[in-house]
Design a protein around this ligand. Sequence first.
Ligand SMILES: [Zn+2]
Length: 353
Amino acid sequence: MAGLKKTIIRSGLETLYFSGLHHVLRPVVGGVGAILTLHHVRPARRDAFQPNRLLEVTPQFFEGLLKRLRRSRVDVISLDEMYRRMVSGNFKRRFVCITFDDGYKDLHEHAYPLLKQYEMPFAVYVSTSFPDRLGELWWLALEAVIAKNDRIGLVVNGKDQFFDCASVRQKRELFDDVYQWLRSMKSEDELRRVVRDLCACHRVELVSFARDLCMGWEELAQLSVDPLVTIGAHTVNHMMLKKIANEQVARAEIEMSRAVIEAALGIRPQHFSYPVGDPTSAGPREFAMATELGLKTAVTTRPGVLFKAHRDHLTALPRISVNGEFQQQRYLKVLISGAATAVWNGFRRVSAA
Ligand SMILES: [Zn+2]
């Protein structure tokens, strides 16, 4: 399914690009601006099995993106400035915000020097358990378990089951199946339990990913004093909030992450990103919560550009994912124009239900 969706997006982009349709659609769907989502910026790895590759782009590609933004007639602005323009109705110039989720070390190492060089503001949304070195980056742990083993055991519906994953093709299929199964679980506690068991059985240290890949508080402190940088919150435990039945617990995930960042860095985050961020992990309850908690903006991963109407939905903003599977600058041109996501959304402008 993930593969199919990817193919549709890719072929849709090719069609839009080659037909030039995005120029025709631009005035209709281009919107007033766009928020870009990035995760990792790091040199490409050679491994054939990289199921999380969509979350990373190379430094070369990233610099190409910054060059394109500099050449284009859009303003690259901070989230605070975006908020000001949305609220005051200042839409004279189209704008782009650059955002990073999770707070990886490679942002500090590879992306930050380029962002400084091009003097472009950006935001990083931090799950506070990551710099606290307790966070569970379960999607990477799942990748590691499948990468290291030829066969894995899982308890499915109360029964022990074994899955062969010796070949790259088997690994890819198994990752997709297990990932979908985990994401379909009613609660995230259940998901975490499965991943913890899997890691324990196959000797993968679950907390090693936060320690090895995520920025610590010192690196975050370095970033936070730079006027180009906005530190946003991303819950404490990187939880899919909609799957937390108890509203108080969900609210605490948002509130505590802001409090911890404020205690560590001296800045209270005014902006928030819903972990995972699709309709299964953030919906109307979470959007209302973010508003009640006084956040200026909150972003999803629902695809789309911003329209004037989003001023009434500032805690349910769509973003454009800069996806590692589509590392060609011409895709970005189409994505930023809004044409591709408009087709994906069936031309519905605001998706906040
Ligand atoms: Zn995240």
